[in-house]
Design a protein around this ligand. Structure first.
Ligand SMILES: Cc1cc2nc3c(=O)[nH]c(=O)nc-3n(C[C@H](O)[C@H](O)[C@H](O)COP(=O)(O)O)c2cc1C
Length: 208
């Protein structure tokens, strides 16, 4: 039987149901319409604390901080694809999302320091909004997110960018962006389904 992939959406704004979360919801709807199971993680509601830079994870591959990440790490591990949604805050991602990003350090430690086997690559995408008015655009937020995707072994399949939105009702002026986000969700979910299927078709080590 065909296994339906799990697409994890990460809502990275401190504001609930704002422009980036609406865009993320559209992407998740696209993923669900394409047959994926979907789950949304709202980082601003998670009980997570900043990385301490203690590098304990370079010894064990695990984070020593006991907080909400205990539930989030398994969620990230079980996802077959990840789509992040965020606004631009002072050129990069908001602090709540950066806290989550920095807590990805154990994944970096496992592959780069401890040289543990690299997990199978997964597809992903990014939906990002900004108000405008500063000269730095989307670039820093994009690179920060791409850096995390690299650490998690996620192939960046695409992005949707919307400029000149501030009030949560502003996204309503961009129906084409919602359509693009839905299409990105479909693309990510279909690619995840293809990879999940390929993995389950592959003979196991024991069988080969
Ligand atoms: C603290 C803060 C910093 C911001 N910094 C930027 C910025 O550097 N560049 C920009 O274009 N917009 C900036 N904005 C505007 C937001 O990107 C914009 O309001 C966006 O639509 C908010 O998305 P959300 O509804 O998903 O939270 C900033 C907003 C806040 C509250």
């Amino acid at each position: 039987m065909r296994k339906s992939p799990l697409v994890l959406g990460i809502a990275g704004s401190p504001r609930r149901h704002g422009n980036s979360e609406q865009l993320l919801d559209a992407a998740m709807q696209g993923a669900a319409d394409a047959g994926a199971r979907v789950h949304k993680l709202v980082v601003t509601e998670a009980d997570i604390h900043p990385c301490r830079g203690c590098n304990a994870c370079s010894l064990t591959g695990e984070c020593v901080i006991r907080d909400g990440m205990r539930d989030i790490y398994p969620l990230i591990d079980s996802a077959d694809a990840i789509i992040v949604g965020s606004p631009v805050f002072f050129a990069t991602v908001p602090a709540v999302l950066k806290i989550l990003y920095d807590r990805m350090q154990p994944y970096w430690a496992r592959t780069h320091v401890l040289k543990l086997p690299v997990p199978a690559r997964r597809p992903g995408g990014y939906v990002v909004v900004r108000g405008g008015g500063d000269p730095y655009g989307f670039v820093a937020a994009q690179y920060t997110t791409k850096s995390i995707f690299a650490v998690l072994g996620i192939d960046y399949l695409g992005e949707v960018k919307v400029e000149s939105v501030d009030s949560p009702s502003d996204l309503g002026r961009h129906p084409e962006a919602l359509d693009e986000a839905r299409a990105l969700g479909v693309t990510v979910a279909e690619e995840a389904a293809r990879r999940v299927q390929t993995d389950s078709d592959r003979p196991s080590d024991e069988a080969s």
